[in-house]
Design a protein around this ligand. Structure first.
Ligand code: ZN
Length: 109
């Protein structure tokens, strides 16, 4: 009986933990959105860039990210092909040279 209770309690705890994580993520997204909006207003008001120009920059970043997403590199140690954003080879563990055209926004260990 205690085991069944523990299982149910544990399962509820998992769902509650997931819900708490989702709540935290939603709060972070709202906060980041707030920061983005504030930065947008600062850029527009302090630099004189128009909303249209800022939209164009967002579109350009979006296109550049799409292009970078499919870029590949080869590990200097084992020769395996890897996504360009890896800092370590997933096959042999070698540290990879990140000085090639990798955006700091794309880097993943
Ligand atoms: Zn390798």
């Amino acid at each position: 009986m205690a085991n069944d209770f523990d299982k149910v309690s544990s399962s509820l705890g998992g769902a509650e933990a997931d819900s708490a994580r989702i709540d935290k993520l939603e709060a972070k997204v709202r906060h980041l959105s707030l920061i983005s909006e504030a930065l947008w207003i600062i850029l527009r008001d302090k630099t004189g860039l128009t909303d249209e120009q800022l939209h164009k920059v967002i579109h350009a970043v979006e296109e550049h990210r799409k292009q970078r997403k499919d870029s590949k590199q080869n590990c200097h140690q084992c020769g395996m092909e890897l996504p360009i954003n890896k800092t370590k080879c997933i096959y042999c563990g070698a540290e990879l040279d990140i000085t090639n055209n990798v955006s700091p926004f794309d880097l993943h260990p």
